[in-house]
Design a protein around this ligand. Structure first.
Ligand code: ADP
Ligand code: MG
Length: 402
């Protein structure tokens, strides 16, 4: 893969696809880790006299067309403000993604300046399955710049216009963040030191269930918590109350459990829970012993016995990959399990990688020491798909030198 640092960029306009998909509380950024992780590449391009146009997505805008999505948001405005503060220079925010406003900014900006396009997912074409539809948007984006740098690692697993199609239209290279992420993940996929323990939690149940099957056989132990644990517990005949549950995935989960047993991979599920009557920060937490969640309650966090069990299963690990918080850590009453897990992994001597937007935000919110883990990845889904051995469309497009 060609490196952005090897591109001759002086006097050129460079379109940088970054991952600036930060968690928001209203319009306030609650964790700016992904913006900070994007700085080295942008700063290097600025230093070398490029005009830098940054393209990124934020959240999941809803609506059938551009107008509806742009009206509903979220706008990248707060991200432009934070990026400007961190860079110590103005960042112009275009009013659109690749329309009139973006074109005027691109034509009038000088070397060393930085601009940000509006949320690329305002354009329904960004995520279209239709190559021609994505291609039309990609052509408009490519027309803004001379060169393309792919640095949005967290979006590399998406076959989206700004990730996959634009690099096919412009001379391109990989940014520093992408190169650093790939270097660490390569260590996890090429003969990891064993025991290799994978810890999965979070909320994107069906997304992650799809990858678990492929991790069986690569890891020695799978610790499963968070939202997806309830589909596993239900598959084993436990009651899950009102917890997150994807009933239609139960046959797949059952098959994964059978494959794991055959492969000698240990699957460890929660043995107790912290539950609540409703999904809310001020809901009363209640610890229930045993793997069943009572009727009318929902599982919000792992309980103390599970915290200990997971710590024991991590104690001898030589390699750990963790994606997805084991509880709703954003609510202080349900953050104890995430804290206990973060601490247990920080005690592991060996390669420890934390991946995922919310997981990375969680360890920063917990104020874990800077050296607690080998690497905190900005990518959740992208890291998981890389670990499965799948080709990431964005990486493939950057590798293609034709
Ligand atoms: P990542 O961004 O690290 O890949 P996800 O986006 O999959 O992780 O999931 C993060 C979210 O999962 C957090 O916002 C957290 O509140 C939520 N979560 C964790 N445990 C549960 C649970 N038991 N029920 C509902 N949501 C949960
Ligand atoms: Mg997330």
């Amino acid at each position: 893969m060609k490196r952005a640092e090897d591109l001759d960029v002086a006097g050129q306009t460079v379109l940088v696809r970054a991952d600036l998909n930060v968690p928001l509380d209203g319009s306030a950024i609650t964790d700016d880790g992904r913006i900070r992780a994007s700085l080295p590449t942008i700063q290097d391009l600025v230093r070398r006299e490029a005009a830098v146009i940054v393209c990124a997505h934020l959240g999941r805008p809803k609506g059938d067309d551009y107008a509806a999505r742009a009206a509903g948001g979220p706008s990248l405005r707060p991200v432009a403000t934070r990026l400007s503060e961190l860079l110590g220079q103005p960042v112009a925010l275009a009013d659109d993604v690749a329309g009139e406003s973006a074109r005027i900014i691109a034509e009038t900006m000088d070397s060393g300046e930085v601009a940000l396009l509006e949320n690329v997912r305002f354009e329904p074409a960004e995520t279209s399955k239709d190559d021609a539809v994505r291609g039309e948007l990609a052509a408009r984006l490519a027309a803004l710049a001379d060169l393309y740098v792919g640095d949005g690692f967290g979006a590399m697993h998406r076959k989206h216009a700004s990730v996959y199609d634009v690099p096919r239209l412009l001379p391109h290279a990989a940014g520093q963040l992408v190169l650093a992420e790939v270097a660490v993940l390569r260590q996890l996929t090429t003969s990891p030191a064993r025991p290799y323990v994978v810890v999965l939690g979070g909320a994107k149940v069906s997304d992650k269930l799809a990858v678990i099957g492929n991790l069986v056989g690569k890891a020695d132990r799978l610790l499963i918590a968070g939202g997806m644990a309830y589909t596993f517990l239900a598959a084993q005949g436990h009651k899950v109350g009102n917890s997150l549950l994807e009933t239609e995935q139960i046959p797949q989960v059952t098959a994964v459990l059978a494959d794991a047993a055959k492969a000698g991979v240990e699957v460890v599920l929660p043995v107790d829970h912290v539950v609540a009557a409703r999904f809310s920060a001020d809901a009363e937490p209640e610890t229930v012993p045993g793997p069943d969640v009572p009727d009318g309650k929902l599982g919000m966090d792992i309980g103390p016995a599970t915290q200990e069990l997971f710590a024991r299963k991590l104690a001898d690990a030589k390699t750990v990959f963790w994606n997805g918080p084991p509880g709703v850590f954003e609510f202080p009453a349900f953050a104890a399990g995430t804290r206990a897990l973060a601490e247990a992994i920080s005690r592991v001597s060996g390669l420890t990688v934390v991946g995922g937007g919310d997981s990375a935000a969680a360890v920063r919110q917990l104020k874990m020491p800077a050296d607690a883990y080998t690497h905190i990845s900005t990518g959740g889904g992208a890291s998981l798909e890389y670990l499965e051995g799948r080709t990431l469309p964005g990486l493939a497009a950057l590798e293609d030198s034709s």
